[in-house]
Design a protein around this ligand. Structure first.
Ligand code: FAD
Ligand code: NAP
Length: 329
């Protein structure tokens, strides 16, 4: 018996990959420009905010809102303006010619006249089961987002790079004490930051140490301490703390596009300054995937808006050109 015919390729003027704040915002703008966008949601529908609890810095809400709820609202708004959301994950992309060619993990093929990459970035975690258990309940990877919840409390920051040192310094605005735990005996952060850190009265640095376990209460779920292990002596000690910030780097979700699109060494997509334009005409990158610096929901949404407006302009400029496949890069 012959194999079943593969499903027909879906074509759209604009395809958005990713359903975080950048992806939803891009799709909402594209739909309102009558471009009938497809939004492909990926393995984490709603993006990073679905793994947090309180969000207090997204404008428009006087009360504290929940990350998953905010993303449900964005999804509902996208549906309301006519965005078609597809539950699929792109596993292959060919950006060498237009329309751009994408393949989902079930083999479905998608073709886009303009493509918005909004695949985000993922914080790196230590990988401890206890860390996972308390994520959003005292364990965070974002001091800017969650520092405010630790007013008058004690926290630990893990890492030795610029991010860890900046987060430790930032957290002194709220916490009574900040302990930076680093696995080696020297930091890789810039000297000026190190100087500020080492001279700050609220900060203690614990060298050559790792977190072995996060301890916490069950009801309500919350962090109460960590077990630290000294990697030189093997000694263990328990520290009573209220919050744990993991600052050991982020990984942008760009493996799919490696070798096809210009990226920084760190894997973040390069865009022309002040735009979301990549080196490939018609391919735009929005949100954390192209933003090593800010990594906030509101900035991601802003970049999503820019990407849709730029994709719209790109399509308009090409409207008079003959249809068919053309080289992109
Ligand atoms: P993401 O939210 O990362 O979304 C990426 C999307 O791409 C996901 O839907 C994923 O499924 C999809 N995707 C990835 N690869 C593929 C693929 N191959 N095919 C299809 N889809 C794909 N920011 C704030 O402003 N305030 C906060 O309080 C706050 N709290 C946070 C708490 C935590 C624990 C974390 C981790 C982050 C927090 N942030 C906060 C940061 C914020 O979540 C991010 O800046 C924001 O989500 C980035 O949005 P984005 O759309 O660029 O990407
Ligand atoms: P990073 O420079 O890669 O540093 C990561 C830190 O986490 C390192 O100290 C590393 O330890 C530690 N680490 C990694 N995996 C670990 C694990 N499993 N357990 C314990 N510790 C672990 O990452 P980053 O600090 O996020 O910075 C990323 C990039 O952004 C860098 O280029 C940085 O300069 C830049 N940045 C710049 C600024 C600024 O200019 N103000 C601010 C923030 C970030 P080791 O040192 O032992 O490897």
């Amino acid at each position: 018996m012959a194999d079943a015919a593969p499903p027909p390729a879906r074509h759209a003027q604009i395809i958005v990959i990713g359903s975080g704040p950048a992806g939803y915002t891009a799709a909402i703008y594209a739909a309102r420009a009558m471009r009938k966008p497809l939004l492909i949601s990926g393995l984490q529908p709603g993006g990073q905010l679905t793994i947090t609890t309180d969000v207090e810095n997204y404008p428009g809400f006087a009360d504290v809102i929940q990350g998953p709820w905010l993303m449900e609202q964005m999804k509902a708004q996208a549906k309301h303006v006519g965005v078609e959301q597809i539950e699929d994950t792109i596993v292959k992309a060919d950006l060498s010619k237009r329309p751009f060619h994408l393949v989902g993990d079930g083999g479905h093929v998608y073709m886009a006249d303009a493509l918005i990459i909004a695949t985000g970035a993922q914080a790196k975690w230590l990988g401890l089961p206890s860390e996972h258990k308390f994520q959003g309940f005292g364990v965070s990877a974002c001091a800017t987002c969650d520092g405010f919840f630790f007013r008058g409390k004690e926290v630990v920051v893990v890492g030795g790079g610029n991010t860890a040192v900046e987060e430790a310094l930032y957290l002194t605005n709220f916490a009574t004490k900040v302990t930076l735990v680093h696995r080696r005996d020297c930091l890789r952060a810039e000297k000026v930051l190190q100087h500020r850190l080492l001279n700050h009265p609220k900060i203690e640095v614990v060298w050559n140490s790792e977190i072995e376990e996060v301890r916490g209460s069950e009801n309500p779920l919350g962090v109460t301490g960590v077990i630290l292990k000294n990697l030189v002596t093997g000694e263990r000690e328990e520290r009573m703390i209220d919050g744990l910030f993991i600052a050991i780097g982020h990984k942008p979700q760009t493996d799919l596009f490696r070798g096809q699109i210009e990226m920084k060494e760190s894997g973040y997509i390069l865009v022309k300054a002040g735009t979301t334009q990549t080196n490939i005409p018609g391919v735009f990158a929005a949100g954390d995937v192209a933003d090593e610096t800010f990594r906030q929901a509101v900035t991601a949404a802003g970049f999503g808006c820019m990407a849709a407006l730029e994709a719209e302009k790109f399509l308009e400029e090409r409207a008079a050109e003959p249809h068919g496949t053309e080289r992109a890069a």
